[in-house]
Design a protein around this ligand. Structure first.
Ligand SMILES: *Cc1c(COP(=O)(O)O)cnc(C)c1O
Length: 391
């Protein structure tokens, strides 16, 4: 399926000349180390003892009763750092170390990827710089503080709207001037080749484990696999293991903000069009002049105006379907999971649960649905409280 970093017609690398060499260097290193036994053993040991893999597949009985089918949660929320992001930062961080790089840089919006990179910078004793828009720095105070505690330098980015897309642009600019000693640790399954391929690779344990656990615990494959989609890394991580199982329905759920009717900016794959963003051809939220539009969702982690090229391809081919969930339904899902299971889901992950709640009565009661619970929601409790205060 992959040719020169293409997923169908999507992907590629549309970057300045100097970065082409840097991207090729990463691609060559990845090819060299990905199956190397020492690299794999080291990554496997860290995944197990540092990050907490394998994560459980949990049958959510009381939640299932409410939605009318059998719901299994892939518990990525139990990983170190509270989300799937550590799978990617561990993998790329180790690759950077094997390449002899001494500095990690990364972009961050909500701060989750910045923090996951800062943790790995501390773990490997590497200098770490995190680029973050000024708007995000102001609204994600706690994560900024945690990154600094890890020893990372947080660099506020003034330009544009002071959000994730501006942070990525500045990180790319910095990288251009420091390619020799710097590894750009990209946060999602998007951006220029080889990142979509590399991030996918380091997130595939989610799918491999979930598929085998489902066979062991249920006795068969699931009918549906659902995951939220920001840039698409947790979704591609779980989808990847099921792509050849034609009978398994794959559903990606994007942030719908305040809903389609409100005329608000909505989800990239649902409402976007084909364009180029951050070095790749993919679906992009843009206006008639190709200007990038801001996304607006209750969960900052889904606010990215692009999406990984493999998802664009899976949408075109029809192998996966993409839908969006609006903020109110996400808050309902967040509340229901806590009330029925005592599990606080990230607002991002709650999008997948919200879609499932909307399927009530449409899936047979014995349908088995695996939901990727990409992260825990401790970080979101304040946001939820501001929307729906407890009496
Ligand atoms: C960052 C994040 C996401 C969105 O990123 P993807 O690359 O689309 O997975 C989803 N869930 C959680 C918990 C996150 O932290």
């Amino acid at each position: 399926m992959r040719h020169n970093g293409r997923f169908g017609t999507f992907g590629g690398f549309y970057v300045p000349e100097v970065l082409i060499g840097a991207l090729e260097e990463i691609e060559q290193a990845f090819d060299r180390w990905r199956d190397d036994s020492q690299f794999c053993q080291e990554l496997e040991a860290l995944s197990r003892h540092y990050a907490g893999r394998p994560t459980p597949l949990y049958y959510a009985r009381r939640f299932s009763d409410q939605v009318g089918c059998r719901v299994y949660l892939k518990r990525e929320d139990l990983l170190h750092g509270g989300a799937h992001k550590v799978n990617n930062t561990l993998g790329q961080g180790l690759l950077a170390k094997y390449m002899g790089k001494t500095r990690l840089i990364a972009e961050t919006g909500a701060g989750q990827h910045g923090l996951a990179t800062a943790m790995i910078g501390a773990l490997f004793g590497m200098e770490t710089k995190i680029f973050m828009g000024t708007t995000d720095v102001a609204r994600q105070n706690v994560n900024v503080h945690k990154m600094r505690l890890c020893g990372a330098e947080v660099i506020p980015v003034e330009g544009g709207t002071g959000t994730l897309k501006d942070a990525i642009n500045d990180a790319l600019r910095y990288w251009t001037a420091h390619v020799e000693d710097t590894f750009y640790l990209f946060g999602t399954a998007g951006g220029p080749h080889p990142y979509p391929m590399i991030v996918r690779h380091f997130q595939t344990p989610i799918g491999h484990e979930a598929r085998q656990q489902c066979i062991d615990q249920v006795g068969r494959l699931p009918d549906v696999v659902a995951a939220c989609v920001g840039g698409g890394s947790n979704a591609i991580g779980i989808f990847s293991a099921f792509l050849d199982d034609a009978e398994v329905r794959l559903v990606g759920v994007e942030g719908g903000g305040r809903g389609l009717e409100s005329g608000q900016h909505c989800a990239t794959l649902v409402a976007g069009s084909v364009g180029i963003l951050h070095g790749a051809q993919t679906y992009v939220l843009q206006d008639a002049h190709g200007q990038i539009r801001e996304t607006e969702s209750i969960s900052a982690g889904l606010d990215y105006p692009g999406v990984g090229p493999e998802h664009a391809h899976l949408k075109e081919t029809g192998r996966a379907e993409y839908v969006c969930a609006d903020d109110e339904s996400v808050l309902d899902a967040f509340a229901l999971l806590i009330r029925t299971e005592g599990i606080i889901p990230a607002l991002e992950s709650s999008h997948a649960l919200a879609w499932l709640m909307q399927q009530k009565g449409q899936l047979p009661p014995d349908a088995v649905v695996v939901v990727n619970l990409s992260g825990r929601g401790d970080k979101d409790v304040g946001i939820v409280e501001s929307h729906r205060p407890l009496q």
